[in-house]
Ligand binder design. Sequence first.
Ligand code: NAD
Length: 357
Amino acid sequence: MSVFEHASFDNHERVLFATDKVTGLKAIIAVHTTVTGPACGGCRFWSYSTSEAALNDALRLSQGMSYKNIMAGLPIGGGKSVIMKPDGDFDRDALFQAFGRAVESLNGAYITAEDVGVNPSDMMSVRKFTKHAVGLPEGKAASGDPSPITAEGVFRGLKVCVERGLGKSSLDGVRVAIQGASGHVGNYLAGHLAGAGAELVITDINEPGLKALNEKYGAQIVGPDEIYDADVDVFAPCALGSIINPDTIDRIKAKVIAGAANNQLATQDMGAELQKRGKIYAPDYVLNAGGIINVMGEITGDFDPSWVQGKLDGLETTLADILDISDSEGRPSNLIADEMARNRIEDARGGKVLETA
Ligand code: NAD
């Protein structure tokens, strides 16, 4: 398995491979950049078929965190970690404690939090061995589960896209397909959308969660693969990455693609392909920054909900700016966002002062 030659390697400052024989821990911590502060990003707990797949996720997701954090104007860098779910029985508490020891070995260069498959009580296990873990359910300035704020940011950005793409200032009657609707973010997003009058088409591999949404909001349930063909105005991917790819792109009927999932585009050129098809794509790491914004208060030890709301306003403005530039220059929104993010990182590297207020 190559690292420096890996297609997703982007001059990452550090990549730590951590194992623990007793607990079965196999984790990768990727620190993409600390140029604006300690690298911060969640930990994903997933059944990876190969360590190559886990490395790819860690490298891509950590670069995405650098871009996300700098676009949200946060004084932190980008990092991410993945834990390969052990086969068979395992002691979850002990596994996350072992992960905590690995995080601690980086002496604060990386701060971890929840991502897919990880919950606040796992973070309490991590915290037993390192203070560099946030998203805790209790303690000073605890910000808890970041998903509700992530969902709020996605909801607000989605409305910006709908206004541009469909010319509607209200979501009343707008049809939205949510992939991963039973998940943490998907569930909260469904609540916001239903509250605003949107009609929901939902899918997930976790069926009981879907039934609850069906009963609560009258959402139409479709199979995991059928979601791509749904006759909707908006597609909100809130499950896993790479779901916009050559096999799915021509099946998507929605004009707007705006969801929480990280790395939605299987490859960068999918952004141009979406643009060619007249779609509005909200760059994922811009739209889903609510969670890390919420967690920021915990990092600084000074959680302030009004600061969080101000940052969500900023998220909407940044997204609108990206879509404006994309329109005026006729270039895909994902490339505009990447360019802005890279420029901001280079500015920070060059010592320019960042706007973090
Ligand atoms: P989650 O694990 O709670 O939810 C993901 C959901 O997707 C689950 O219900 C799962 O059953 C479902 N799913 C998995 N594979 C699927 C498939 N093939 N088809 C349909 N559904 C499938 O995770 P989450 O915290 O809600 O995060 C969702 C996405 O948003 C992830 O990509 C995550 O990286 C991203 N994200 C989350 C946050 C946050 O605050 N939680 C912040 C930023 C980005």
